[in-house]
Ligand binder design. Sequence first.
Ligand code: GDP
Length: 472
Amino acid sequence: VSELATMMDVSVTEIISSCMSLGLFVSINQRLDAETMSIVAEEFGYTVEFVSADIMEGVEEDDEPDEVHPRAPIVTVMGHVDHGKTSLLDYIRSANVIAGEAGGITQHIGAYHVSLEDGRKITFLDTPGHEAFTAMRARGAQVTDIAIIIVAADDDIMPQTKEAINHAQAAGVPIVFAINKIDKPGANPEKIKEGLANLNFLVEEWGGKYQSQDISAKQGLNISELLEKVVLEAEMLELKGNKDKRASGTIVESSLDKGRGYVATVLVQNGTLRQGDIVLAGQYYGHIKAMFNERNQRIDSAGPSEPVIILGLDGAPQAGDKFNVFENEREARQIANKREQLAREQGLRTQKHITLDEIGRRIAIGNFQELNLIVKGDVDGSIEALSDSLIKLSTEEIQVNVIHKAVGAISESDIMLATASDAIVVGFQVRPSLGARKLAEKEEVDIRLYSIIYDAINELRSAMEGMLSPEI
Ligand code: GDP
């Protein structure tokens, strides 16, 4: 607040009262978010321009169209517990379907890439499940290009199958279905396809747009066909990368190794990462001393969509943190220090999420068009009824989306999804688990509990009209 006042040569009180008119009560030392800063500055006749070196985002150069080339898709496997996620990833890793690769994949480094017979490549994230997927998203990382949703054909579409589907959809990530365990005597893939159809996911064989492949992860049946479909889906996405610039990407895993120091698995998403590069990730930085691939072979560069282990950082960044390469070590160190200071100041808070109380203000400002909700309840019937009514509150200005709904207590995975998708969690006749409550506090996710449907609808309507009386 005071910095902005100085820059615009107005008094701090004027800034504070301008914030107050937006419904924000700020103090002189408070950090304003980008949006508030723009609005306040405009009031005083200034336009805010956000220049590069945004310390939370890092810096990235733009690509010219002729500099980019196709890159391999990055794939996550999700689905209900015991439906075969690990088996599928293990089978693919075990190299049976991979042509002409020297040396097997010996290590679990959080990601690996494989080549198909025709030379095309796919990168897999090796931590299966939507929890890991959404935890990464909650840190701002969009890593996955395609989700394989695996369903066991001797079982049913289960709660976590639906959850995985919703998490993928909330991220806007296309889905390929793998219907697994077809080797089992009781397997009935058609029943699964029917179940998917009931959820409005019509697979291609049934005239729909979703690709699906019957497989056996255990026996390695039809895995090449599945990968073929993944590649096909990827082609439609026209994924591109530019290998001729400094690398940027995401941290997949990191740890402290007794002999080697800090070890991080990173996924290069653009550019080429080279030994000797100065890397900044989260609050940590350092020269890359050595790089290894998932076959434990030493390499000296990695291009778009390639996972690689790097040694040389001065700490362990978190999974989902972005990394960037800097030309100048001093600059990297300065940003690392600034981030550390910010993290201390904000108690590791990186993002504040939408609350019911804030909706009115955000709508009034005019840049809030979609309200995402997660609805959890005790019985299916009431969840459906409540969700329908909430969606019907949509107006011309604001679309209400229910991005996930399910029976059961509010879980940590719901809070992660809310964090990643900036959603409010609505509980009907259910409560959050202890873990979920703690996470919601930390991430500042708004949880609203109701025992009467009418109350829920009314409160949301009031909030959207900006008429909600503040909580005392
Ligand atoms: P996850 O929890 O989704 O990672 O599931 P797992 O990969 O651990 O598999 C759960 C169980 O199902 C294990 O005992 C696997 O051996 C078994 N399984 C996985 N895929 C198949 C399959 O295609 N056929 C059969 N018969 N069993 C499978």
